[in-house]
Design a protein around this ligand. Structure first.
Ligand code: NOJ
Length: 564
């Protein structure tokens, strides 16, 4: 395959910055844009090329604080929230990122606004207000309209809120203070596409699209039918089908409009957030072009299937096979192990650094675009987030659920307090971990592990997770096969249980990745005569020394290697 058949976003590595938690430059305990600018050299040295920022748009002063859902409740799409900085600083951020040959991706929350957005305030002011139809309003059920219009659910339970002033109900796919915009209204579509263009004109390189699956709902507001499923990947829940509210054909069509909009500019990209089966996710990418090298929907979708995959090679083998089946070239899979809504990956895998390194090799060498969540490169663990002190809107919403029940359901992967994965970045071992000045209270407590787990310390340790990421990112950058090469699994038969092996091929380059997930030494016949080691999770390993091991490659416990 020729290199020019690939766009930059198919080769890139994305790093997600949660602005509130990255670096505070003003001394108020909240991360900000200037703080991010100060840390761009760190990101460049790490070797990531694209930075995705969770939202920093204005969010209302909402009881008891602003940024209730930390920016996913927007009250102005074309400004910067004062806690994070100014438009001038934002423009400088774009420049500083581009000066480093890096890309910037913003979060775009198209589905809903904040309840305090001026549009919604107008919308709820009266039934005849021109903006009334910008949101989804319905009369309640007869006889007195005091029952919700239909049986729809939101992602968190109740979907309809009663508004006494208009004597109507409004719909929300997420929390009650995030009313859904009405995409069946052409003015809404026009306004939101204009918003998309606004930041592209300012130079951003693409968007992560929040809750892209919920934009359109059934036009006739029909009740959701019964399905014999307690739960499905595609949103069916407690015997209710999701077909009236999620993944509607109109939403897929709108994704094509979004794509056409960003294609008015040069080389931009869209990645959609949607928790769904691979079959459904694929439909968001649109139809294949005639030349077979592009498609007309979203450029990428997050594949969250990897998020909770246990550290078992067979599970990853299956996943990789499925990704190859559903997303062959020119489709590009994504590799995601953490984000601001998920428990930290290292905590899920038993706080084990050996496993974290294997995980990193896999993420950065499998075919697809890796998304690294800030702090994962230093092994930041899940913070203790108790219900009592929680800041997260989800935790507040479910305040009635006692802590001990939360602990139990947490064991089944239901995450009720996202504070734990949002704790401030650990830069050094000084008070407040270098995130904000000493004697200031950070917006979330610093994780106590910061004394040992911090950038400063790990930079100096050749065997650290941070240096493992750095080396890996360098190796990936130097070898096109790892960025865009074809992928194939290597079958080790019985050993597939403890070992995951594959190769990537680009033109004449063939690169092998061997990952030992077990705690035993392994000897594997070398697939080539003179393998040249280009990476090992062991910092001091320099060569494969085939002769010493009778033509075999020795893999020490939990070792991952890359060779060619
Ligand atoms: C998904 C975002 O990732 C999450 O943080 C947010 O709370 C919801 N969408 C609502 O916008």
């Amino acid at each position: 395959m020729l290199d020019n058949k690939f766009k930059w976003w198919q080769k890139t590595v994305v790093y997600q910055v949660y602005p509130r938690s990255f670096k505070d430059s003003t001394g108020n305990g909240i991360g900000d844009l200037q703080g991010i600018i100060e840390k761009l050299d760190y990101l460049q040295e790490l070797g990531v090329e694209t930075i995705w920022f969770s939202p920093f748009y204005p969010s209302p002063i909402y009881k008891p604080y602003s940024q209730h859902d930390c920016g996913y409740d927007i009250s102005n799409y074309k400004e910067i929230h004062p806690e994070y900085g100014t438009m001038e600083i934002f423009d400088n951020l774009v420049k500083e990122i581009h000066d480093r040959d890096m890309k910037i991706v913003l979060d775009m929350v198209l589905n809903h606004t904040s309840i305090e957005h001026p549009w919604f305030k107008e919308s709820r002011s009266s039934r005849d207000n021109p903006k009334h139809d910008w949101y989804i309003w319905r009369d309640g059920r007869k006889p007195n309209g005091k029952k919700p219009p239909n049986n729809w659910n939101s992602m968190i339970g109740k979907a309809w809120e009663y508004d006494p002033h208009t004597d109507q109900w409004f719909y929300h796919a997420f929390l009650p203070f995030q009313p859904d915009l009405n995409y069946r209204n052409s003015e809404v579509q026009r306004e939101m596409l204009d918003t998309v263009r606004f930041w592209l004109k300012k130079g951003v390189d693409g968007y992560r699209l929040d809750l892209i699956n919920t934009l359109f709902k059934d036009a006739q507001f029909r009740n959701t039918p019964f399905v014999f499923k307690l739960y499905s990947e595609d949103g069916d829940l407690f015997f209710r089908s999701s077909e009236m509210t999620i993944n509607l054909p109109d939403t897929l069509e709108f994704c094509k409009i979004l794509r056409a909009t960003i294609d008015e500019f040069l080389d931009k990209f869209l990645v959609g957030e949607n928790n769904a089966s691979l079959k459904i996710l694929k439909t968001y990418l649109g139809d294949m072009s005639k030349d077979g090298i592009s498609h007309d929907g979203l450029n990428l979708v997050f594949l969250f299937q990897s998020m909770n995959t246990p550290m078992k090679p067979k599970r990853f083998r299956n996943l990789m096979q499925m990704y190859e089946k559903w997303f062959p070239y020119p489709y590009t899979p994504t590799w995601v192990f953490g984000n601001h809504d998920q428990m930290r990956r290292i905590t899920k895998i038993g706080d084990n650094f050996n496993k974290a390194k294997i995980n990193a090799v896999l993420q950065l060498t499998a075919r697809g675009v890796p998304f690294i969540y800030y702090g994962d490169e230093i092994g930041m663990k899940e913070g203790k987030a108790s219900k009592k002190d929680s800041r997260d809107a989800i935790s507040h919403h479910f305040n009635w659920i006692p802590q001990f029940i939360r602990n139990i359901i947490g064991k089944y992967g239901i995450y009720m307090n996202r504070d734990g994965c949002r704790t401030p970045m650990q830069w050094d071992d000084s008070e407040n971990a270098g995130f904000c000045p000493p004697n200031i209270e950070p917006w979330l407590p610093i994780h106590p592990s910061f004394v040992k787990r911090n950038v400063n310390r790990e930079e100096k340790d050749v065997g650290s997770l941070l240096n493992c990421y750095r080396k890996l990112l360098k190796v990936r950058k130097e070898n096109l096969a790892l960025q865009i090469g074809d992928f194939a699994l290597i079958n080790l038969k019985k050993l597939n249980k403890i070992c995951l092996t594959y190769h990537r091929i680009y033109e004449k380059q063939k690169i092998f990745v061997y990952l030992n997930f077990g705690n035993k030494e392994l000897f594997l016949l070398s697939p080539i005569q003179k393998p040249q080691l280009i990476f090992s999770t062991l910092p001091n390993r320099k060569a494969l020394n085939l002769k010493v091991y009778n033509g075999n490659i020795k893999l020490t416990p939990f070792e991952g290697i890359i060779f060619k």
